[in-house]
Design a protein around this ligand. Structure first.
Ligand code: NDP
Ligand SMILES: O=CC(=O)O
Length: 290
């Protein structure tokens, strides 16, 4: 089956490669077209524009950085809308429900079918086909895409109307971003108070708050190593969008708000392209220790 794939960043590259490895024919497009070359070595074809990819494929998946990228690939010149009549479009980017609804309406108005399907899980789960897929929208398109989702992920949820997938993803990432800040504070507190933070990791891992994120990120954070799996700028975008969802629903979110401030501070320190665990650096900065 010919599938389109738009966006070959950290996640898109791993996901498209997985589809190719499992026998899908994939036509790829990326804003920086040179990034398509590596996928060609795995058997992909290149589309010159999003429109040409959509024209060629029964359905097209997108994995783009943020709401403005997701909208621009659909609505701009040579975008998805040009050839969407009768075709499917699956946006797996993390965006807010409003953005997803705008994309859905534009696609449906042109006779296309839309599914949002953001994912939980980072670079390694994407490489290993272990993502958790949070889909919502057109159920027939979801059923059609299940063979691809089964390759990309370990579990797919169908959550109903467009917006529910986006909201679920933002809630999950809001919790994750808040946890990362509590973890960073704890590592700093352990170190400053004379404890061995490596021992703290062992203690945490044996107790009720043991979790995959502490286990994975803890050792590299202690080495001040922040090679990007989930870029910090995207985590801050997710906190911002989750806080807006809290505004809409009058939910007080003081912990998420504080975490967002720390991610903003990390961006202002030039850490936005590093892994989101680099927020740890903000807790080591002088103005927090004085
Ligand atoms: N990394 C992770 O662990 C996870 C990320 N996500 C979400 O998945 C999405 C992608 O993340 P990730 O792969 O890490 O991000 P990257 O920053 O690695 O990749 C972003 C992609 O978006 C493209 N892009 C950015 N702006 C535009 C634009 N204006 N028009 C067209 N294309 C654009 C980039 O193209 P170019 O190469 O030209 O810059 C690139 O292909 C984000 O929404 C993120 O929040 C979800 C789960 C996990
Ligand atoms: O969005 C990031 C993730 O790890 O999930």
């Amino acid at each position: 089956m010919e599938v389109g794939f738009l966006g070959l960043g950290i996640m898109g590259k791993a996901m498209a490669t997985n589809l190719l490895r499992h026998g899908f024919k994939v036509t790829v497009w990326n804003r920086t077209l040179s990034k398509c070359e590596e996928l060609v070595q795995h058997g992909a074809s290149i589309g010159e524009t999003p429109a040409t990819v959509v024209k060629k494929c029964k359905y097209t998946i997108a994995m783009l950085s943020d709401p403005s990228a997701a909208l621009s690939v659909v609505l701009d010149k040579d975008g998805v809308l040009d050839h969407i009549n009768g075709k499917g479009y699956i946006d797996m980017s993390t965006v807010d429900a409003d953005t997803s609804s705008k994309i859905s309406e534009a696609i449906k108005a042109k006779g296309g079918y839309f599914l949002e399907a953001p994912v939980s899980g980072s670079k390694k789960p994407a490489e290993d086909g272990q993502l958790v897929i949070l889909a919502a929208g057109d159920k027939a398109l979801y059923d059609e895409a299940l063979p691809a989702f089964d390759i990309l992920g370990k579990k797919s949820f169908f959550l109903g109307d467009v917006g529910n997938g986006a909201k679920m993803k933002l809630v999950v990432n809001m919790i994750m971003g808040s946890m990362m800040n509590a973890f960073s504070e704890g590592l700093t507190l352990a170190e400053r108070s004379g404890l061995d933070p490596a021992t703290l990791l062992d203690v945490l891992d044996l107790g009720a708050i043991s979790n995959g994120m502490f286990k994975l990120k803890g050792p590299t954070m202690l080495q001040n190593s922040y090679s990007p799996a989930f870029p910090l700028k995207h985590q801050q975008k997710d906190m911002r969008l989750a806080l807006a969802l809290g505004d809409e629903n009058a939910v007080s979110m003081p912990i998420a708000a504080a975490a967002n401030e720390a991610f903003k501070k990390a961006r202002s320190m030039g850490l936005g392209d590093l892994d989101f665990s680099a927020v740890h650096e903000t807790y080591k900065a002088p103005d927090r220790s004085s």
